[in-house]
Design a protein around this ligand. Structure first.
Ligand SMILES: NC(=O)c1ccc[n+]([C@@H]2O[C@H](COP(=O)([O-])OP(=O)(O)OC[C@H]3O[C@@H](n4cnc5c(N)ncnc54)[C@H](OP(=O)(O)O)[C@@H]3O)[C@@H](O)[C@H]2O)c1
Length: 344
């Protein structure tokens, strides 16, 4: 099959590799669309000096083969899921991917596979931020009395789904984003949105929440965001779910970090050594089932996608676009069938 593989010099290339063999607890998926995450170009660079690995976390496609111990998926199912790209010769920027059932879900016909490819990593991260890091209410058991949550950087993919899940969980959702996303975010049902470029943004959010804000998700974790969020929280502080390890701006603010890769509950040694913690697979399975249900019920909305014309062969352009900070309220998606040289 064709796949985007990392090279020893810290770049990547499209080349022929073997189709991955599945274990009895895995599913082989024919990838229709692969979506790009910041980890894809970052991990590619971090693989400098290491043996080749296939790039890509997010995929959507059709189940091709099912391991003996799997009864939750069947050949022909439309699915989306996430794998640990750039670790070995299995990644989503390829014609086929060996997927883990608890990190994938069925996609209803109402969703295109291109749109669905943006869901897994962003939704799992949103689930971890809301339910694993902070024990906030799920959509099937929403807060009886709404309380405030701040989703900082809601123009991100992670933010797109954090605000929707938080709203479905009965919270009053306050977001920050660039003004060009305001209408799109308000259409998702959020309660208000502020421009994070405004020097008074934290003060305005603190006033809007009467100084009582105790919960936030930092969906971007840049150098300036811990202080900006801390200034919006109550004087007593609060809890912030963070998508990257970053220090809180004051003692009263607690940061809780979670990593979507850990949901496989399998050990890994790239990008660092990790020993699995029990409960991760169960959490992922619960999250996957919830995402599948919300998709069936029409309760999730995708962000706009940016599809490159040459499928996987366009990955260098996609990496450059993302690396240079041009991604704004959109998800880069590669349609595998658009790749020159693909047989089917
Ligand atoms: N922990 C995990 O497992 C995990 C999983 C996935 C992603 N992540 C991390 O989560 C972050 C977001 O990933 P993503 O894929 O959702 O990102 P993304 O969609 O590629 O992010 C693009 C958006 O970032 C926003 N942005 C850039 N700088 C900002 C700033 N200083 N303040 C506020 N917003 C800013 C822009 O918002 P505007 O357009 O509104 O200006 C833009 O729309 C990344 O750091 C990624 O590495 C972590």
């Amino acid at each position: 099959m064709l796949a985007v593989c990392t090279k020893e010099d810290g770049t990547a290339e499209l080349r022929q590799v073997d189709v991955p063999k599945i274990r009895s607890d895995e599913v082989l998926v024919k990838v229709v669309a692969a979506a790009q995450n910041p980890a894809d170009w970052v991990f590619t660079e971090w693989r400098k000096g290491k043996e080749p690995a296939i790039v890509g976390l997010d995929f959507a496609g059709i189940v091709q083969e099912v391991g003996q111990s799997i009864d939750s998926f069947q050949v022909g199912d439309r699915v989306a899921g996430m794998v640990h790209g750039c670790k070995d010769l299995n990644g989503s920027f390829a014609e086929y991917v060996a997927a883990i059932p608890h990190m994938m879900f069925k996609v209803p016909e109402s969703w295109s596979l291109e749109d669905a490819s943006q869901l897994p990593c962003a939704c799992y991260t949103a689930c971890q931020s809301l339910y694993q890091s902070q024990d906030l209410p799920y959509p099937d058991n929403p807060a009886p009395v709404p309380f405030d949550i701040l989703s900082w950087a809601s123009g991100t993919s992670v933010g797109q789904f954090t605000v929707q899940l938080a709203k479905l969980g009965g919270m009053r959702v306050i977001a920050t984003a660039s003004p060009k996303h305001f209408d799109r975010l308000k259409a998702l049902g959020i309660d208000d949105v502020f421009d994070y470029h405004d020097p008074d943004v934290s003060k305005k959010i603190k006033a809007y929440t009467n100084g009582k804000l105790r919960h936030a998700v930092d969906c971007i974790c840049k150098e300036d965001t811990p202080k900006a969020i801390s200034d919006a929280l109550s004087d007593e502080g609060g809890t912030v779910s963070v998508v990257r390890q970053i220090k809180p701006a004051r003692d009263e603010v607690k940061h809780v970090f979670a990593l979507a890769l850990d949901l496989s509950e399998r050990p890994y040694s790239f990008p660092f050594e990790y020993t699995p913690k029990p409960g991760m697979a169960d959490f992922a399975d619960k999250s996957s089932k919830m995402i599948a249900r919300l998709l069936r019920e029409g309760k999730l909305t995708p962000a706009p996608i940016k599809v490159y014309p040459d499928g996987l062969a366009s990955f260098k352009e996609g990496f450059e676009y993302m690396k240079s900070g041009q991604v704004s309220g959109e998800k880069i998606v590669y349609r595998v069938a658009d790749t020159p040289g693909i047989r089917s």
